[in-house]
Structure formats: C-alpha cells, structure tokens
Design a protein. Structure first.
Length: 255
C-alpha cells in the first residue's frame, strides 16, 4: 500500500491574540466533551479524558500552560493523529484505543527526539472515537487523537524556553519528518496488533474495490443523486462487509 495513506497527521496553530485565546478555550472544551461534530464523548468516572504529558489534564490546566508557554507568534500547536479506518478494522476492537494511544506517544516523542530536542516538548492529547461520515464508507470506527503542543520548548543548554517551529522549506521540512516518523510507527504497530500479513490484506481489499469500480465503466449513468450522475454498484467496505450503493464524483469525500 501507499505508506502515505496509513495515517493522516495534520498540524495547525493559533496565534497569541485575544480572539485566538478565546477560540483556544472553545476548542479545548470541544475536544474534551465531543467525539465528533455530532457525537458527545462519554465521561467515565475515574478515567482521565486527557493524556497528560506536561500540558495538563483539563481545559483550565491546558489553557493556562498554553498561555504561559506561548511564543511571540504561536499560542499553541494542534496535531491530529488519525489512522486509516481500513487498517483500524484489522485490529481487535478492544485493542484499538491502546493502539492509537501508543501510536500518538511514540510518534510525538520520537519526532522531537529526531529533531534533537533532548528535553522533549510538553504535550497533552485527547482520544476521540468518531464514526466516519463520508459518502464512501459511512459508519466505520475512526479512533484518533488531538494533540496540543505549546508555542515554546525548554532548551537545557541555554536554560530558557525557545520558540517551537514546524518549518517546511528546502533546508528543513519538519512536516515531512513528522509524516515519516508516523509511518514508521504505523508499520511497527500494525505488525504487532494486526499481524505480519496486514499489508497484503489491505492490498487485497484495495484490489477488490478497484474491480468493483471498474465494473460499470463505459456504462451510461444509472441516475442522478444529489445533483450528480451516479452508477449503481457494490463496494467492499471492509474485509467482512460489502454494501450496495451508488458511485459518482462527489465533493467533500471522507479524508
């Protein structure tokens, strides 16, 4: 499989302005109490919602540390670690949360280690268990994490905090490095949780889907749905399930 399809790892940041500080608190509240746009996260007594690796375990603590650790240009960074739902399906359901948490921890820690930040960077992450809502594969289990990072890190050699950057240029590309570290950890953990044949199983699933899509090529459209031309057919959703539906060209497909 294309290793770039194994896991989506996106980075965003908020500026240290009054408006963005308010939006930050709204974001932290949303991440704490929601599993998705329309899904309320269950609050389990005695179980911490946030994985605290130095940025705090509550909205108030994380907001306070984002404010204390901000740089001139960055209030906080947010990183989404979102494994491919097709790969997640290969992992036993009761092990998926542990899988994503280990992926997140190994990726974030190794990423900064590879950058030479020996003291590490404080971070906290929250786990979400949403269901996919794209038109291709609705209702797949899509566990992922949202990671919050500060705008600065502590440099032990200089004895002070310095601005944290995610550079993307010819000299250094931290985004490519983050993707590389994520992919390496995905491969290692998939072997551990899904077995050594996981990639072969994924390729077989992709081949079946391609055959199903090609089945109607050359035919006249079978109808119109949502203003778009469509063809009736079947699609292998995962290794165990095939669904009937329509093929077409749609905007806002599941990422």
């Amino acid at each position: 499989m294309d290793r770039k399809q194994m896991c989506v790892t996106n980075v965003k940041y908020k500026k240290p302005t009054q408006h963005e500080a308010k939006r930050m608190k709204n974001l932290l509240g949303y991440l704490t109490y929601r599993d998705g746009r329309d899904e309320v996260a269950p609050q389990i007594s005695g179980k911490a919602r946030w994985m605290d690796h130095g940025m705090g375990g509550s909205v108030a603590q994380i907001a306070e540390r984002c404010d204390a650790y901000q740089s001139e240009h960055v209030l906080l960074f947010s990183v989404v670690v979102n494994p491919n739902p097709d790969l997640i399906h290969m992992i036993p359901h009761d092990q998926r949360e542990q899988f994503v948490k280990q992926l997140t921890t190994r990726t974030i820690d190794e990423f900064f280690d590879r950058r030479g930040i020996d003291t590490g960077v404080e971070w906290s992450a929250v786990m979400h268990h949403r269901q996919t809502d794209g038109k291709e594969s609705v209702g797949q289990h899509n566990p992922h994490t949202h990671v919050v990072l500060p705008g600065t890190y502590y440099d032990a050699d200089e004895g002070r905090r310095k601005p944290l950057y995610f550079s993307q240029n010819k000299a250094v590309n931290h985004i490519d490095l983050l993707h590389e570290v994520t992919q390496e950890n995905m491969v290692m953990l998939m072997h551990r949780y899904a077995g050594p044949d996981w990639e072969q199983r994924y390729d077989e699933l992709a081949d079946i889907r391609q055959q199903q899509e090609r089945a109607f090529y050359g035919d006249e459209p079978h109808g119109i749905w949502d203003g778009e031309l469509v063809w009736a057919g079947v699609r292998r959703v995962d290794e165990d399930t095939t669904s009937a539906g329509v093929y077409g060209y749609f905007n806002n497909r599941e990422g």
